[in-house]
Write a protein that binds this ligand. Structure first.
Ligand SMILES: CSC[C@H]1O[C@H](OP(=O)(O)O)[C@H](O)[C@@H]1O
Length: 364
C-alpha cells in the first residue's frame, strides 16, 4: 500500500533472487526501515521479535525462510530443520504452520536439485495469493459497510472500531480487517475508524493509525478500554478485526482484548465481524478456548513502552515499578456465539461449523 508516493508490499524478493526485504515494523510510526533477510536465522529472528507480524505475513515470511534454507541445503534434513526452527518462533498464528506444511509437502515431491528455485517460486505464489485473498475479503466486507452506510444520513460516516493491526502491515497487501475499509473509502463511502491502541505492543497506535493516516482514512486513536463506552453511546456502527487462528466451529483467536470488545459489542447490539483468509482457519480444532496455544510474551512488553523522545530518538521507558512482575498473554479467544460473521475470500460465513462448511464444502 501507499507509503508517501510509493506503493509497497510488506515483503519482497530482492533482485539477487535470494535475499528478502521486509519492512521492519518495530520502528513505525517513527521510522520507516527496510531490512534484508539472508538466512533462516534472520527469518526466525524477524518473526519471533516481531520485525514482521500478523498471521498472513508471518506465513509468507516463513515460506521465504524455507526458500532460503533450500538455497543453502536442499536435503530433507534441511527441510525438516527449517520447519522446526521457524515453527517454534510463534505458536498462535496458524498461518505459520500452514505455510511451513505447504512448502514442505510441495518440496518433498521434488528432486533436491529443483527445490531451491521451486521454493522461491512457491513462496512468491503464496505472497501473491495473499494479496488476492485480501482483495476478495475487502469486496465481501464492503457489502456490510454499504448496508450500514445506506442507513446513515447523507455524509455521515460509518463508524468502525478495529483492534490491533489487521491491516496491510499484517499481510502482504490490503490487510484483512482494513481491506473493506480501504475499498469503502475508494468507493466514496464516508468511513471513520476508531483505532484501539492495543496494549502492550500498541499495534493499533503505531501501525493501524500510521496505515490509515497514510491513506487519508479518518480515524481516532482510543485507549483499549474506551470501546465499550463508545458502543454504549451509539458511536460504533460495527467492529471488524483480524484473526490469528479461527477454529472449524468459528471461534476466533486474535490479539488480547478482542474478546472484551466482542462482549461489549454483543451487549450493545453492535455487529462484530472477523475478516480472515482461509489459511487462517484451523480445521483440526473445534474449541478455541481449550485448544489454541496462547503465546505468552515477555513481561517487558508490558512494563516498558516504546516511543520517540523530545530529541527525536526512539527509546523505551519503564512504566511500572522495578520488580513488579507482568503477565503478557498475547492473544485471547472470542467464542463463535459473539461473532456476527466471518468475512472470508469466498463470502461471509456464519460463525459456526455449518456456516464455514457452506463456504468451504471441500472441508465437509
Ligand atoms: C491479519 S492477522 C493480524 C493479527 O495479528 C496480530 O498479532 P501480532 O501483531 O501479535 O502478530 C493481531 O492479532 C492481528 O489481529
Amino acid at each position: 500500500m501507499k507509503v508517501g508516493a510509493r506503493h509497497y508490499h510488506t515483503i519482497w524478493l530482492n533482485d539477487d533472487g535470494a535475499s528478502v526485504d521486509i519492512i521492519d515494523q518495530r520502528w513505525l510510526p517513527h521510522e520507516f526501515r527496510v531490512v534484508t533477510l539472508k538466512s533462516v536465522d534472520d527469518v526466525a529472528v524477524a518473526i519471533r521479535d516481531m520485525w514482521v507480524r500478523g498471521a498472513p505475513l508471518i506465513g509468507v515470511t516463513a515460506a521465504y525462510g524455507v526458500a532460503l534454507a533450500m538455497a543453502a541445503d536442499s536435503r530433507n534434513t534441511s527441510l525438516d530443520a527449517v520447519w522446526n526452527t521457524l515453527h517454534e518462533t510463534r505458536p498462535t498464528a496458524i498461518n505459520l504452520r500452514w505455510a511451513l506444511d505447504t512448502m514442505r509437502s510441495f518440496l518433498l515431491e521434488l528432486p533436491e536439485s529443483q527445490r531451491a528455485e521451486a521454493a522461491y517460486r512457491r513462496a512468491a505464489a503464496i505472497a501473491d495469493e495473499d494479496v488476492d485473498l485480501n482483495r476478495s475479503i475487502g469486496m465481501n466486507g464492503l457489502t456490510v459497510i454499504r448496508e450500514i452506510a445506506a442507513r446513515k444520513k447523507p455524509g455521515e460516516p460509518v463508524n468502525i472500531l478495529t483492534h490491533c493491526n489487521a491491516g496491510w502491515l499484517a499481510t502482504v497487501d490490503y490487510g484483512t480487517a482494513t481491506a473493506p475499509i480501504y475499498l469503502a473509502a475508494e468507493e466514496g463511502i464516508p468511513v471513520h475508524v476508531y483505532v484501539d491502541e492495543t496494549r502492550p505492543r500498541n499495534q493499533g497506535a503505531q501501525l493501524t493509525a500510521w496505515e490509515l493516516k497514510g491513506h487519508g482514512i479518518p480515524h481516532t486513536l482510543i485507549v483499549d478500554n474506551a470501546g465499550g463506552h463508545l458502543m454504549q453511546h451509539g458511536e460504533v456502527d460495527m467492529v471488524i478485526v483480524g484473526t490469528d487462528r479461527t477454529t472449524a466451529s468459528g471461534d476466533v483467536c486474535n490479539k488480547i482484548g478482542t474478546y472484551l470488545k466482542a462482549l461489549a459489542a454483543k451487549d450493545n447490539n453492535v455487529p462484530f465481524y472477523v475478516a480472515l483468509p482461509s489459511p487462517t482457519i484451523d480445521w483440526t480444532v473445534q474449541d478455541g478456548v481449550r485448544e489454541i496455544p496462547i503465546e505468552e510474551r515477555s513481561g517487558d512488553e508490558v512494563t516498558f513502552v516504546q516511543g520517540r523522545g523530545a530529541g527525536g530518538e526512539i527509546a523505551s521507558v519503564r512504566v511500572s515499578p522495578e520488580g513488579s512482575p507482568a503477565a503478557n498473554p498475547a492473544f485471547d479467544v472470542t467464542p463463535a456465539r459473539l461473532i456476527t460473521g466471518l468475512i472470508t475470500e469466498r463470502g461471509i460465513a456464519e460463525a459456526s461449523p455449518a456456516g464455514l462448511k457452506a463456504l468451504f464444502p471441500e472441508r465437509r
